[in-house]
Design a protein around this ligand. Sequence first.
Ligand SMILES: [Zn+2]
Length: 498
Amino acid sequence: MARAPYILLPLVFTALLQGQSPFRVTPPPPSPVPVLASYPDTPAGKLLKEIKDHAEVVSRVEYLSDMIGPRLTGSEHLRRAQRWAAAEMKKLGAENVHEEAYDFGLTWTRGVDSARLLTQNGIRFRVDQLAWSPATKGAVQGELLLVDARNLEELKAFQGQLKGKILLRTNPFDKRPSLPRRQGGDMASYQTEQAAMTQLLLDEGALATLSMSGRKNGLSFTTSGPGRDPKNPAIAAAFVPQEPYKMLLRQVASKEPVRLELSLGGSFSAKPVQAYNVVGELRGTELPQEVVIIGAHLDSWDLGTGATDNATGSSICLEVLRALQATGLKPKRTLRVILWSGEEQGLLGSRAYVEAHKAELEAIQAVLVHDMGTGMVKGFDLQGREAARALMAQAIAPLNDLGVRELPLRTMNGTDHASFDRAGVPAFAASQEPVDYFEGTHHSQMDYPDHLQPDQLIQGAQAIAGTAWELLNMPGRLPHGIVARPARTAPEGPTPTR
Ligand SMILES: [Zn+2]
């Protein structure tokens, strides 16, 4: 679901516009985090108590967010974060700390974006460039045109009208089925058609496209455009928060000409670069060749500082190392901590890791990923692996009283466990309380540490630490195997990465 989608144009953001993202849920109020009167005198109990009493997870999120900042893959900020994380791992007792490189493509740096109406009320409004889309040629002025086209055939109806226009893509109130459903959901033909549509816009001389962010209360959004590979056709594109977007729609509907000035300032590197994953481990005492991986992506988007996406998960992984060091507990199997990059561009770091370590996948007991913000962990999605249920239930048993109880069979993609899952490795993402996530901080300009809920986050660290500890030490091995699923279909909206 999160791979290879980034050829997608803003015009495919249909579901986003319709509020139908698979991750679009109205969050219930967060459950209170259960509190234990005392912790059992077991290794897992000691680990959980150490985290409860001395967790440094909040301060690490704040450091990553406030002092390092947004961490786009390929940026110097992410390299700083990676050097910091490697140093932290060493300080926390990890061995074999190293980076693993993979080919990434062109890097992209956000510039200054601005928009103002030249007609009607003359207002300035927020625009945020779609990352990895090309800049406008300075401040461009053009008439706004609503282009409500879901496929190449429908777009062709606008041929001859697009030159010099700024396009308002897709009427968010249109409920027609979108392209993938009509074509039977084939991803490859979907992407090919999206590229053809972009090429048509470029050939016709359109200036830029604007899409609605889909968030309430002035929140913006970003994701990846197709420009990481210079061979892909790409047009300047931006998101507009819901309120000004709907104003533009009403103005266009009035039939009076709407003109605006738009400047999108993002820039690409001259050459493709490599990106990196940071890896560290604690070698197992009895079965060192068998491995439990805990991981999170250290890269982030750049409208906020990536506090909940995903400094939280990254800091939880470091917290597990800290708690093991503080308690002196030594696992039987090897614990490997991996902080991936390129997650937001399609799980690139974890995919590269799986590809580079194909021969060693059989030795992995399980992979646990934390990537849904600050909310407490309620369990792990089993990804259709019913055969893993008994041992996973055993692994979370010491955490049941902390609210970690759920093992739904459902499959969740959109973060790095999916790269392992597709290769047949038992790999699970934490199922979390959504606390401000998909409606708020996720990919938006409000992703700052203000939205942390320390109790929930510390429970999350306990959940990952306790589950990993049991998986590291239990006699049983989780069964491997590729789970038969229906073919992946093209997304109804922007491919969601968590
Ligand atoms: Zn994430």
